[in-house]
Design a protein around this ligand. Structure first.
Ligand SMILES: C[S@@+](CC[C@H](N)C(=O)[O-])C[C@H]1O[C@@H](n2cnc3c(N)ncnc32)[C@H](O)[C@@H]1O
Length: 259
């Protein structure tokens, strides 16, 4: 079972924070890209999933493009764009291998963003490097990449368990993300993601298991150094508050500026 094959459930589960995420993206455009108010921004989301943030940004008249490996997520995303009278700008593809041409664009982007640790789906250094190079290639000079990821705190195991609840009309969801195994040497964490869905007509459960690559702060810094395409301008926590990094910080959004 692939949890991302259920975009309706995914979208309900993760839509609670959209308003604050969009505000943060608007602030980023204003502060780092010199784009204020609505309109004019060129924004790209690799691993866009259902595009829960993209259609909201497109409604503000930004030019948006999304890329994802999952055909169900892309279909869901484009259907919503269409329903809102917006161009169907989600493209099926791999975030480790793409170009402006693949994204059907001539001009580079002001801003790219990637939240909810999607980057950790890239389970080797080669894939992670290839992703960062590809993003740098589609950004303007000085373009910004907002990369949010869960870091491994020093001396601790990976995240053990996280629960969530969400509701949309008569659909009620409960989710749990938990670590099944963790190998610090191989830098691999196997996680289980479980969603229980209840509506007046049915009750069902989806369970997916997948690997994620782990990063300590130092390992992520080493990767950025090796790729050598971005400078870190600032760092925020997942509540979008500025933070000073140290080896105990876990949830971090890096504001990366293309060199
Ligand atoms: C946690 S979801 C995040 C979706 C979206 N960014 C959001 O904030 O809601 C991770 C997404 O990464 C996608 N994904 C995983 N590996 C990928 C790859 N190599 N290329 C493109 N998308 C990928 C999955 O299909 C899934 O939609």
């Amino acid at each position: 079972m692939n949890i991302y094959d259920y975009p309706t459930l995914y979208d309900v589960l993760f839509s609670g924070s959209c308003k604050r995420e969009v505000e943060f993206l608007k602030k980023t455009l204003r502060c780092y890209c010199n784009i204020s108010g609505s309109g004019c921004g060129r924004i790209f989301e690799p691993a866009c999933g259902t595009g829960r943030l993209l259609w909201r940004l497109a409604k503000l008249e930004h030019k948006v493009v999304g890329l994802d490996l999952n055909p169900n997520a892309i279909a869901f995303c484009n259907k919503r764009f269409k329903r809102h009278g917006l161009p169907e700008s989600a493209i099926l593809g791999d975030m480790t291998r793409f170009s402006l041409h693949d994204l059907r664009q001539k001009k580079p982007f002001d801003l790219a963003f990637n939240f909810i640790s999607s980057f950790l789906h890239l389970t080797s250094e080669t894939l992670a490097m290839s992703h960062l190079h590809a993003v740098a290639e589609v950004l303007k000079p000085n373009g910004i990449y907002l990369l949010g990821l869960h870091l491994l705190p020093k001396n601790n195991a990976a995240c053990s368990s996280e629960r969530g609840v969400a509701r949309h009309g008569s659909l009620a969801l409960q989710s749990q993300l938990r670590t099944l195994s963790f190998n610090r040497r191989k830098r691999l964490e196997i996680v289980e993601f479980r969603i229980k869905a209840t509506s007046p007509k049915q009750h069902y459960e989806i369970v997916d298991t997948f690997p994620l690559r782990t990063y300590s702060l130092q390992q992520f810094r080493d990767l950025l150094k090796k790729v050598n395409r971005f400078d870190v301008l600032e760092t925020f926590n997942f509540d979008f508050l500025p933070i000073q990094l140290n080896s105990q910080k876990e949830d971090v959004i890096f504001v990366l500026k293309k060199k």
